[in-house]
Design a protein around this ligand. Structure first.
Ligand code: 5GP
Ligand code: ZN
Length: 136
């Protein structure tokens, strides 16, 4: 997509610190890292969110995420893999991507996790709704 920053990075029209590349996927450092080595992994073709990726692209992408995660695991104490879809979920760049965030003890990174309570009825209803909306 012409005005997409990650498409431009994929085409090397904008420079980035590339840590991994194959035919379908690019891994590069986040410009505003949460920790040293914070890496973004993108498909080279444009798709806005995870659910829009075709199976082959997603397969290559997740394989690259694991490959880079293995490297990061060797040089950190742990790591988070994060993937935001749509603005309400914190997506700022509308080209699907995974974040890999290297972690070490005392790094001060904290993901807020609210813990609302739901009724048995609500739980049964949401299970049904998700199952009814599963498609290939
Ligand atoms: P999101 O919130 O969409 O999941 O994350 C987008 C990420 O892309 C942010 O962490 C942001 O720092 C990163 N980012 C935005 N523009 C650029 C850029 O031009 N180059 C690089 N390397 N990262 C970028
Ligand atoms: Zn794009």
């Amino acid at each position: 997509m012409a005005d997409c920053i990650f498409c431009k990075i994929a085409k090397k029209e904008i420079p980035s610190d590339i840590v991994y590349e194959d035919k379908y996927t690019l891994g590069f450092l986040d410009i505003k890292p949460v920790s040293l080595g914070h890496t973004l992994v993108i498909p080279k073709t444009h798709a806005e969110t995870l659910d829009k990726l075709n199976e082959n692209t997603l397969g290559s992408l997740i394989a690259a995420v694991q490959k880079i995660s293995k490297a990061i695991n060797k040089i950190s104490e742990g790591y988070n893999v994060i993937q935001n879809n749509k603005e309400v979920a914190g997506q700022v760049v509308h080209h699907a991507h995974f974040h890999i965030v290297p972690r070490k003890s005392g790094d001060g990174i904290h993901w807020e996790r609210p813990n609302p309570k739901f009724s048995e009825k609500q739980l049964r209803e949401i299970v049904d709704k998700i199952k009814q909306n599963l498609t290939n």
